[in-house]
Design a binder for this molecule. Structure first.
Ligand code: MTE
Ligand code: LUZ
Ligand code: MOS
Length: 757
């Protein structure tokens, strides 16, 4: 089964926000943003902008009728800055004109007088000055302080972890249509239609039902449109509401790069204690998260960092500390993995340092400490699945890890200027929103008398293949052909109170809601079929391949007949259903609970070749064994594993997000911010799926797949590091990411560089 919208993509027919037919009299909005990272606004002069031909008007914070403050967790972010600005790129005014070019030109004519204030860009700096968001958090298991005495070896270190740009192909955008009365229809590229609805309603003082948000699909979100799509829809809505005209706001690539937040950079300290055999006894870690200027989702991201601080390992004594630090950068936000990857990078660094100190392969320590079913995480939940060890063993055997190790050691012994490295990267990722209340979803299903089916859910298609999976689930649940299923746009009037499409659980939650709606309709149809067949035991009736089956035997009744007959018999062919993941809960006072429905696990082996004279490297191979459960669409899921891997490899290596001390984004275009392309990707990508018993709470025993594979990419850092160590065994290297070729070169030749200097 292919992706159901692939044909539209190939033909260029797939609809995104600005593929919708242009409404008459549409106007275009552009954003005037702060040029400084911190300051008091003295004055704002919009005269010249207003005077430009083709400009309709300029809106500032004064024009917001009700509430300018917004934010899911802490409503601390102004839609338009009032007295102060906190980061470069912060929206201050919205210019509306007859063309996008004119509107953008007019933003350059706005004069801002601002008294600059001192800025902070480093999270530890922010922490030491008390600039934090929310409260610091600490998870504890066992007794770390006394456990150090049991350790044969204790090592300490620190990590500096880079951020990451989402680089969705479709930049942030929204088109707003005023309707009768005070009502608005919003077309927005958002992962979070309900947040958009709520924020706009609050901004304008409207009831939620006055704001309809519709999303067909996104050209990628990756977390960047979970919270931050809201801003642009709200600003377009402000203009459309005042002017009673359709308004579109589209960020150019460079605006998008400078105005939106990214993956959080972290600065972390670790201390790890082991026995001589490499058994981890104690682990202490402190995470300083660079949150940027406003809360956004930072405290939730930090929480997931705490949850994943021990990755795939059982460590009996742990103390995990984390704090969100406020800096004068764009507010950092959700991005694939949501704080998990940073946590995993730190524990993997700690293990690397132990392995280097003990002189044993890193994977020996990893394997010795892998989680077993029944092991308890520092947050109190026990891991149930055994798929972690199973993927490890299967990767070790099918890809012959011993042979890889021998081949690489042999290569390194016989080569001077190039060295090879490999790393094993096990992952264990918790599935559910960590905020328990978000784990809910709804679906609306209609059957038409011709047997065709319409499905709406609260999930957003962002390229991850949600529509395909929901269609597959619906076809399977009904027992009919996939071609009969149409997946509708995501719309707040058809489905209310959605959670963001995020945390990899969109299919889990919305797929389960879809099955529940279908079961309601099926119950009614089967009662009718029983009547028509003249039998009393409805439980022996099923639908398979569009035929009504009774007691295992195909009857003459068909799906099409049943749909038509139900309509004539005045049977309800529609259903709405709700799903909330059972059994979840987390107590933030005790920092213990059961936050996750289940865990997704897997193991990757990454191999690289390093040119030690140039610092450049090739990723030779990535070999993965991943647990999908019983996939509802293996092709889509394979795409997610490959795509996640690509993004993870990029984060660790070439995606070098740089801000200068003024808080200015230096990597502000695609010539100096590099993401993996087809040449960068390894020639060999081998992905095997674990044969699983499929006991997951997700539809038909499938498992969430969107985010976990991202973290396989972390392996590449340690593979490159190993090759660096093979070249300069005596040298100490930093745990600083991304490990760009430039950084590799500088680290390998630190002494020579010092001499030159
Ligand atoms: N894949 C594509 N092609 N585009 C995306 O924007 N987002 C990722 C992942 N895979 C994304 C993607 C992120 S961050 C998440 S949380 C999940 O998809 C969201 O979708 P799911 O819940 O259906 O897995
Ligand atoms: N978003 C969110 C997420 O709001 N809560 C989460 O736990 C989460 N996890 C991963 C990605 N997005
Ligand atoms: Mo994904 S970071 O949950 O949108």
């Amino acid at each position: 089964m292919k992706r159901i919208d692939a044909i539209y993509h190939v033909k260029g027919e797939a609809e995104y926000v600005d593929d919708l037919p242009l409404p008459a009299e549409i106007l275009y909005a552009a954003v005037f943003a702060s040029p400084v990272a911190h300051g008091k606004i003295i004055s704002l002069d919009i005269k010249d902008a207003l005077a430009l031909e083709g400009i309709v008007t300029v809106f500032t914070t004064e024009d917001i009728p009700e509430s300018s403050q917004w934010g899911t967790i802490i409503a601390d972010c102004p839609l338009l800055a009032k007295d102060e600005v906190q980061y470069i790129g912060q929206p201050i005014a919205v210019v509306v004109g007859h063309t996008r070019a004119i509107a953008q030109k007019a933003t350059k004519l706005i004069r801002l007088e601002v008294e600059e204030l001192p800025i902070i860009v480093d999270p530890r700096d922010a922490f030491s000055r008390g600039q934090i968001i929310g409260t610091p958090r600490t998870f504890v298991l066992g007794d770390v302080d006394s456990a150090w005495e049991e350790c044969d070896l204790i090592v300490e270190g620190n990590c500096k972890i880079g951020g990451q740009e989402h680089l969705y192909l479709e930049t942030q955008r929204s088109r707003v249509i005023p309707l009768e009365g005070n009502n608005l229809r919003i077309y927005s590229a958002t992962q979070n239609p309900t947040l958009t609805q709520k924020t706009i309603a609050q901004m304008l003082g409207l009831p939620c039902h006055a704001v309809e948000v519709d999303v067909k699909r996104l050209g990628g979100g990756f977390g960047g449109k979970e919270e931050q799509a809201t801003h642009w829809a709200a600003l377009a809505a402000l203009a459309a509401w005042h002017l009673r005209k359709p308004v579109e706001l589209v960020l150019s690539r460079s605006e998008d790069l400078t105005m939106t937040g990214k993956r959080h950079p972290y600065s972390s300290d670790f201390k790890i204690g082991v026995t001589n055999e490499g058994k981890i006894i104690a682990y202490e870690v402190k995470h300083y998260q660079n949150a940027g200027a406003y809360a956004d989702l930072s405290t939730a991201v930090l929480e997931r960092t705490l949850f994943h601080s021990t990755n795939a390992y059982f460590i009996p004594n742990t103390r995990i500390f984390g704090v969100s630090c406020r800096t004068n950068l764009p507010p950092n936000t959700a991005m694939r993995g949501f704080g998990g990857p940073q946590a995993m990078f730190v524990i993997e660094s700690a293990i690397a340092k132990v392995a280097e100190t003990l002189g044993i392969p890193r994977e020996e320590i990893q394997q010795k400490n892998l989680l077993r079913p029944g092991n308890r995480f520092p947050y109190g939940q026990e891991i149930q699945t055994d798929s972690l060890r199973r993927t490890w063993l299967e990767a070790e055997q099918t890809y012959n890890l011993t042979a890889i190790r021998d081949r690489i050691n042999h290569y390194n012994a016989s080569h001077f200027e190039t060295k090879k490295g490999y790393a094993v990267m096990p992952i264990c990722f918790g599935i559910s929103f960590t905020a328990t209340f978000l784990n809910q979803a709804s679906a609306l299903v209609h059957v038409y008398p011709d047997g065709s089916v319409s499905v709406t859910t609260g999930g957003v298609e962002m390229g991850q293949g949600l529509s395909t999976k929901i269609a597959a689930i619906a076809a399977k649940a009904f027992g009919i052909r996939l071609q009969r299923i149409k997946i509708e746009s995501t719309n707040t009037t058809r489905i209310a109170n959605m959670s963001a499409s995020a945390a990899s659980v969109t299919t889990d939650l919305n797929g389960n809601a879809t099955i529940r709606a279908i079961v309601q309709i099926l119950d009614r149809l089967i009662a009718l079929a029983a009547k028509e067949l003249g039998v009393k035991d409805g439980e022996n009736i099923a639908i398979a391949k569009e035929k009504i089956v009774y007691a295992g035997k195909e009857t003459d009744l068909t799906w099409e007949h049943l749909a038509k007959a139900a309509n004539l018999a005045r049977i309800n062919l529609s259903a709405h259903a709700f799903y909330a993941t059972p059994g979840l809960g987390f107590d933030r006072d005790r920092e213990k609970g059961h936050p996750f429905a289940y865990h997704v696990c897997g193991t990757a082996i990454v191999e690289i070749t390093l040119d030690c004279l140039r610092g450049t490297y090739e990723i030779d191979a990535v070999k993965i064994v991943h647990d999908l459960g019983r996939s509802v669409n293996e092709l889509v899921d394979r795409g997610q594993v490959e795509g996640g891997l690509a993004q993870g490899l990029g984060w660790m290596t070439i995606e070098d997000l740089q801000f200068n001390e003024k808080g200015e984004l230096k990597s502000n275009n695609l010539a100096n911010y590099k993401i993996p392309d087809i040449y960068f990707m390894p020639d060999i990508i081998d992905i095997k799926f674990l044969e699983n018993d499929g006991n997951s709470p997700a539809p038909y025993g499938s498992k969430a797949v969107g985010e976990p594979p991202f973290m396989y990419g972390i392996g590449v850092f340690f593979a490159i590091r190993q090759a660096m160590k093979a070249f300069k065994p005596e040298m100490e290297f930093a745990f600083t990411s991304p490990l760009t070729p430039e950084r590799v070169l500088c680290e390998l030749y630190t002494d020579q560089l010092k001499e030159i200097a």
